[in-house]
Design a protein around this ligand. Structure first.
Ligand SMILES: Cc1cc2nc3c(=O)[nH]c(=O)nc-3n(C[C@H](O)[C@H](O)[C@H](O)COP(=O)(O)OP(=O)(O)OC[C@H]3O[C@@H](n4cnc5c(N)ncnc54)[C@H](O)[C@@H]3O)c2cc1C
Length: 402
């Protein structure tokens, strides 16, 4: 079933006259994080204005490409697990409000050599948190998932709660549900300036000046720009997601084929069961070309983009012919430690930061939204985000070319 169209906001237009309304929370950016923050704040009865330079669920930032992996087991850092429990709960709330599925629980198979970061991280995560999982030594991997040819040194874990989210539909629903709750959604409006002083914030676009109690900066890969003044050492990296058709792809579906993540010497390759006519979506999580920002990123496909994937196909699907059907360029916004920044702005207590999602933030969007609503409306949160505070980077800046 297709979702109903977005409710037109009485104020949403390309050329609104200048307005001076006062809001509780102003949100900059309607990617996954800003749209979730707008929804969370609106659910609490706050008067919300959210400003986006493009349309809803556009393909120029970091929240597009049909699908995003969701999983409970977190090899990157076990402290994410409590946030994931909360995120899962809130995805279900959004799904109930939407009235159609936003998530597929296909399971998530992660595998790699025993000593790899992935396997060691998963073992640490399962030791610390009680999470349902299946441990799969090499022989069990082969027996259980004959669709893949596993390297002989690989072992794996199946996360039965893992799967994938329909990314654009999720963003559309955050925005739609926020709008239903009264949020003022301003599309095709670029924030040119913001000020925070004398007990309020003021946000200026080409056509509007909006005043409010607090500002949430959720600018994704634009967070580095002087305008946003996040003062964080963020590195924007170009990433390419690709889709391939292959003979027999109709059978590449759950439960025989879960979402997957392979830790390989030439990169961490992840992918999805076939969910549509474009075939199997695959991408490489590691590496990527550092870029100055979204405006300078190359949106064309380059020969080198497919390198690790072609290697992966040869290793894991020997003899199968994959034909590329589609590609899409996206961006990661990386922090030095690969963990997010969720905090009040170190110098502006009326400004909240949701940035540096380092290529793994989407699944957390509704809990990030909650945390932003907490920080914006109460100045604090009960969610365990100490490891994500901005202060860990105070004084750190990126050197040119880093
Ligand atoms: C290829 C790829 C694959 C990924 N896979 C996964 C995955 O499987 N699982 C997972 O959990 N995560 C994944 N991620 C990461 C996840 O998608 C991102 O962390 C998340 O989408 C970031 O959302 P965001 O809101 O911070 O950024 P964005 O979606 O980029 O949103 C920022 C918004 O701010 C707006 N904006 C910026 N400046 C201004 C301004 N001055 N005025 C008005 N608007 C402005 C932009 O237009 C944009 O819409 C992946 C990311 C990529 C690129």
């Amino acid at each position: 079933m297709n979702p109903p169209p977005l409710v037109p906001s009485p104020h949403a237009s390309h050329h609104s006259p200048s307005s001076q309304s006062s809001f509780d929370v102003i949100v900059l950016g309607l990617g996954a994080m800003g749209s979730a923050a707008a929804w969370a704040a609106a659910r609490r009865g706050a008067k919300v204005c959210a400003i986006e330079q493009y349309g809803v669920a556009h393909a120029l930032g970091s929240s597009h490409g049909d699908v995003r992996i969701i999983r409970k087991a977190y090899f990157e850092h076990p402290d994410y697990v409590p946030l994931l429990h909360e995120a899962y709960t809130r995805w279900r709330v959004l799904e109930a409000e939407a009235g159609f599925p936003l998530q597929v629980t296909s399971g998530l198979l992660a595998c790699g050599p025993g000593g790899s970061e992935t396997i060691r991280g998963l073992k640490a995560c399962y030791a610390q948190h009680e999470l349902p999982h299946e441990r799969l030594p090499n022989a069990s991997l082969r027996e259980r998932f004959p669709f893949f040819s596993f390297p002989s040194q690989h072992e794996g874990f199946l996360d039965p709660a893992g799967g994938y989210l329909f990314a654009e539909k999720c963003v559309e629903q955050f925005v739609r549900q926020a709008q239903i709750l009264g949020a003022d959604i301003r599309l095709n409006e670029t924030v040119r300036e913001w000020r925070a002083d004398r007990g309020q914030v003021e946000v200026v676009t080409d056509t509007l000046t909006v005043r409010g109690g607090t500002l949430v900066l959720a600018g994704g890969p634009w967070s580095n720009e002087a305008l946003l003044r996040t003062n964080l050492p963020l590195q924007v990296v170009r990433k390419v997601q690709l889709w391939y058709r292959f003979p027999g792809m109709e059978t590449c579906v759950p439960p025989e084929v879960p979402a997957f993540y392979f830790d390989l010497p030439y990169g961490a390759i992840y992918g999805f069961p076939v969910y549509g006519p474009d075939g199997m979506k695959v991408a490489c999580h590691t590496g990527g070309e550092p870029v100055a920002g979204p405006e300078s990123v190359c949106r064309e496909l380059r020969a080198a983009d497919e390198g690790p994937l072609l290697h992966f196909f040869r290793d894991v699907f020997p003899g199968v012919t994959f034909r590329r059907s589609r590609y899409s360029v996206c961006m990661y916004t990386n922090t030095p430690d690969g963990n997010f920044v969720l905090d009040l702005h170190p110098e502006q207590e009326r400004v909240c930061l949701a940035a540096g999602f380092s290529g793994h933030g989407f699944k957390f969007a509704p809990v990030v939204g909650e945390i932003m609503a907490d920080l914006a409306l109460e100045g604090k949160t009960v969610h365990p985000i100490d490891f994500l505070r901005a202060e860990r980077f105070l004084g750190e800046t990126l050197k040119p070319g880093e």
